[in-house]
Design a protein around this ligand. Structure first.
Ligand code: FAD
Length: 396
């Protein structure tokens, strides 16, 4: 009998494993991951940014956990010698109409307790010489790291503390009782005192397997990237973001210097025809049918039609993608960009069409389900793990 079984070897599941093994050093812990390697999905396909917490609604889990999480992530990287760089980022207004939005963002950043700086047009080149903007915010707390490396270190700690990591092990069935949970992996059954669902893109289906029907579904949005050719990397010193649309904060292609020195440009956001669909042509008919018959998606799409079309145009036209990037760096041209691997975001959408903005965790009898953990969940992963431990302390 295990004390804790974690479904999902992404950064949230592995961080939860570390926090549980710290809190309960004698507990028997197992992580079940369906892929042959850890961090294969969202965690291994992201921008690698340590977010500061500037964007999020004060008081929300995202605001609290990003702020505390960026600090705990940096401490963890220092302690374990993981390459990272708190290089700071610029959020740049390139059109007059964005200036009031940038002002609101500045106020929000202050409310979230961040020491940030407003920059006038002439100050921008001191930070990013190739950026053309009307004004900007400099966020010194933002940084970069490779979250796959962080996840692998989390896994080492779990193993060193006596825990087990089962790769290539898909949890197919979950039977929750009042004081224990039984899972089936292939033809093997395992029992545990508690189960934590950190299944990312699959978290809604896993919650459903345990009998929890929530008022939301995970809809996958593919985020496509380009890389800057090596000889053009000098155009970007650190992190350069546009002002986000407050209604769709995850939209807006940006530039990210990665910890390995490459520079990514993107991602856009288009509906993926498969939960784990990394290519435009990837399709899973059963999954697609289930998204298209979900009323929440259509209700959301109604309010998103203009933005959604733009995202699709950018997906099929490199020229359009480049034009969006040129708003930030005018001297960039189409030939400077090389196609790069995409990521797929798990975004929870409610039946009424609203996007679930905050992290959303459902606590059952003996199961906990991380039902919405989009960006900045990698940054916040240590704090999400601590939150889960707090919720289930009494179960063992
Ligand atoms: C394009 C993109 C850019 C992003 N940029 C950033 C960023 O810069 N900074 C940031 O903080 N966040 C960023 N994010 C968000 C961040 O990557 C995610 O929030 C985070 O990785 C979520 O981690 P997770 O462990 O919940 O999910 P995942 O990493 O997706 O892990 C879930 C795991 O569960 C496994 N699984 C599913 N079902 C089963 C099953 N039945 N049995 C066993 N295993 C199962 C999957 O195989 C997977 O490995 C970005 C995300 C994307 C997609």
């Amino acid at each position: 009998m295990f004390d804790f079984v974690i479904v999902g070897g992404g950064i949230v599941g592995l961080s939860t494993g570390v926090q549980l093994s710290n809190e309960f050093p004698n507990a028997k812990i197992a992580v079940f991951e369906k892929e042959k390697e850890l961090a294969h999905h969202q965690t291994g396909h992201n921008s690698g940014v340590i977010h500061s917490g500037i964007y999020y609604k004060p008081g929300s889990y995202k605001a609290k956990f990003a702020r505390a999480g960026s600090q705990s992530m940096v401490s963890f990287c220092k302690e374990h010698d993981i390459d990272h760089d708190i290089c700071g980022k610029l959020i740049v207004a390139t059109e007059e109409k964005e200036i009031p939005l940038l002002e609101n963002l500045y106020k929000r950043g202050l409310e979230n307790g961040l020491a940030i700086k407003k920059l006038e047009r002439e100050e921008i080149p001191e930070y990013e010489p190739h950026v053309n903007g009307l004004s900007a915010i400099h966020v010194p707390q933002a940084g970069i790291v490779n979250y796959k490396q962080v996840s692998e270190k989390f896994a080492d700690i779990i193993r060193d503390n006596g825990g087990e990591i089962h790769l290539g092990s898909k949890v197919e069935e979950i039977i929750e009782k009042n004081d224990s949970v039984t899972i089936r992996v292939g033809d093997q059954y395992y029992e545990s005192k508690a189960l934590i669902n950190c299944g990312g893109l699959q978290s809604d289906d896993i919650a459903k397997k345990s009998g929890y029907i929530t008022d939301m579904r995970i809809i996958p949005f593919r985020g496509e990237y380009y890389k800057l050719k090596p000889e053009k990397r000098h155009l970007v010193k650190n992190l350069i973001y546009p002002v986000p649309n407050p209604d769709f904060p995850f939209l807006g292609v940006h530039f990210t210097r990665m910890i390995d020195g490459e520079v990514d440009a993107g991602p856009n956001a288009v509906l993926s025809w498969k939960k784990e669909g990394y290519k435009k042509t990837d399709i899973n008919i059963a999954e697609l049918a289930s998204f298209l018959t979900y009323s929440g998606l259509w209700k959301m799409a109604r309010g998103f039609i203009g933005e959604g079309l733009e995202e699709y145009k950018r997906s099929f036209s490199k020229k359009r993608f480049t034009e969006s990037l040129q708003r930030l760096i005018p001297e960039l041209n189409e030939n400077d960009l090389i196609e790069a691997p995409a990521g797929v975001r798990a975004q929870a959408i409610r039946k009424d069409g609203a996007m679930v903005d905050d992290f959303f965790i459902v606590t059952g009898k003996r199961t906990v389900h991380v039902c919405n953990a989009p960006s900045p969940a990698a940054t916040a992963s240590i704090e999400i793990g601590k939150e889960i431990v707090n919720r289930i302390k009494e179960w063992v």
